[in-house]
Ligand binder design. Structure first.
Ligand SMILES: Cc1cc2nc3c(=O)[nH]c(=O)nc-3n(C[C@H](O)[C@H](O)[C@H](O)COP(=O)(O)OP(=O)(O)OC[C@H]3O[C@@H](n4cnc5c(N)ncnc54)[C@H](O)[C@@H]3O)c2cc1C
Length: 423
């Protein structure tokens, strides 16, 4: 087989797993190029802790260059893919980059237009930048509340609403509540009773990804600690005042965080590929039908799982990572004239941290909750954290956090000469 130019778009869980596996399977064949908008992978399971000021933003990422050996890493945002001409262009005029084999792994975009007012008034949680923004809003609002004499305005500043009772929403509500619980003593103008964390979920119970028993357990524990949980409560709109609830009531909140809603990646949307539910429809071996040499994986693709009756895989890091490795094996098999295998994966399970050293976990059918669940949560995510350097840092930071007071420093991004930030 002649040396092929393999290009991967997207350095997330799926893209990096594909690159690493290709390096192993093709140690000296052709070239592997990874183009990604950022030069790091974002370890999304830690974003809730970044938002809750328990982990620094830089610790929830790992540099792509330190995760690969012979892959050429290019930091750039792909603007256009010419499937006929087999070349890629990035924003800013960089390129073109030519390819023989293309792996699409740009993930999905957050849908900030899901509800009226959401784009302007709610904070999404998808990137380290989003998480830092939530952290700053959280601390900034506590600082502002110190100035406030008006009880109503103060109450609004110290109310935090989270839209979405899935794992991300539950984790961020838990992390924010933990932070407020520990940080309030540094704010003399307010007391513990002034703070309010409200979790809004449209379904009958939170954590629908987990069994009913664990979902109910999480709900009980979180309520007992003072987090307000409103199930069957689909937010109608978001405004500067807060969130409009189904009965028209306005939940007055100075911070609204949204963990719901995704939309197709704009790059993928404009590529004229076969689509299914806003995702690229791929064959069971992760190749895109009708487009030889084009493959897709991760959140941007609808991938049937042979071990789950060919139902589409859920959008999780666990699946994206396994799909990356599977795709690389199939790509190599195709190049060598061999046969490819349909994707088949039995997931490890699901975990969610609910705050206060408590978590719920379902691993290979076994259920864990409370402190044991939390130890498992930490163990599993530490093990999966990319690079040894990051594992050590996060482990150190977790321990630091248990021994020392919470970090109430607001990390301003304001440069000299710039006006005061509003947020
Ligand atoms: C807050 C949060 C918490 C989560 N927690 C968990 C969890 O605990 N467990 C779990 O299994 N899953 C979790 N997930 C889901 C998980 O993060 C995703 O399923 C996973 O990241 C998908 O991997 P991916 O490779 O498809 O895409 P991503 O990881 O999103 O990576 C896409 C990559 O493509 C790059 N990119 C995008 N556009 C372009 C472009 N035009 N040009 C070049 N590069 C581009 C991006 O910069 C990014 O690096 C969580 C998600 C969020 C948002």
């Amino acid at each position: 087989m002649k040396g092929q130019r393999i290009v991967i778009i997207g350095g997330g869980f799926g893209g990096i797993a594909a690159a690493r596996r290709l390096e192993k399977r093709l140690p000296d064949h052709g070239s592997i190029t990874l183009i990604s908008a950022e030069n790091h992978i974002t370890y999304s399971p830690l974003l809730a802790e970044v938002a809750g000021a328990a982990v620094l933003p830089g610790h929830a990422v790992a540099p792509l260059r330190q995760m690969v050996r012979r892959t050429r890493v290019l930091m750039g945002e792909v603007e256009q893919v010419d499937l006929e001409g087999r070349e890629i262009r990035c924003f800013g005029g960089d390129g073109p980059i030519e390819f023989d084999q293309l792996v699409l792994a740009p993930g999905r975009a957050a849908n900030v237009d899901l509800l009226p007012g959401m784009a302007e008034h709610a904070l999404p949680l998808k990137t380290p930048g989003d998480a830092l923004h939530v952290r700053n809003r959280l601390i900034g609002n506590l600082e502002r509340a110190e100035f406030e004499d008006d009880a109503d305005r103060c109450h609004r500043l110290t109310t935090f609403a989270v839209i979405g009772g899935g794992a991300s929403g539950v984790e961020v509500a838990g992390a924010i509540h933990d932070f407020l619980d520990r940080a309030h003593r540094y704010y003399q103008g307010t007391s513990a009773e002034d703070f309010r964390v409200v979790l809004l979920h449209d379904g009958p119970r939170i954590l629908p990804e987990l069994s009913e028993e664990l979902g109910r357990y999480a709900e009980r524990k979180m309520r007992a600690r003072g987090i307000e949980i409103r199930t069957g409560c689909a937010a109608r709109s978001v405004s500067a005042a807060g969130v409009e609830l189904p009965d028209g009531e306005i939940l007055r909140a100075g911070t609204v965080i949204s963990t719901v809603g995704t939309r197709p990646h704009p790059l993928v949307e404009h590529m004229a590929l076969p689509m299914e539910g806003g995702k690229i429809r791929v064959a069971a071996d992760l190749a895109v039908p009708g487009h030889p040499g084009v493959w897709a994986l991760g959140d941007c693709a609808s991938i049937p799982n042979r071990l789950d009756g060919d139902r589409p895989c859920p959008p999780t890091a666990q699946f994206a990572d396994r799909q990356g490795r599977w795709l690389a094996d199939n790509l190599v098999a195709r190049l060598r004239g061999g046969s490819t295998r349909p994707f088949a994966f039995e997931p490890l399970g699901q975990l969610a941290s609910i705050g206060h050293h408590t978590a719920v976990a379902e691993l290979h059918g076994w259920r864990f909750s409370g402190f044991v669940g939390w130890l498992l949560w930490r163990g599993v995510y530490l093990m999966k954290m990319p690079t040894l350097a990051r594992k050590v840092r996060v482990f150190g930071e977790w321990n630091w956090n248990m021994l020392f007071p919470p970090d109430v420093a607001r990390l301003s991004l304001r440069r000299t000469g710039e006006p005061a930030e509003l947020d």
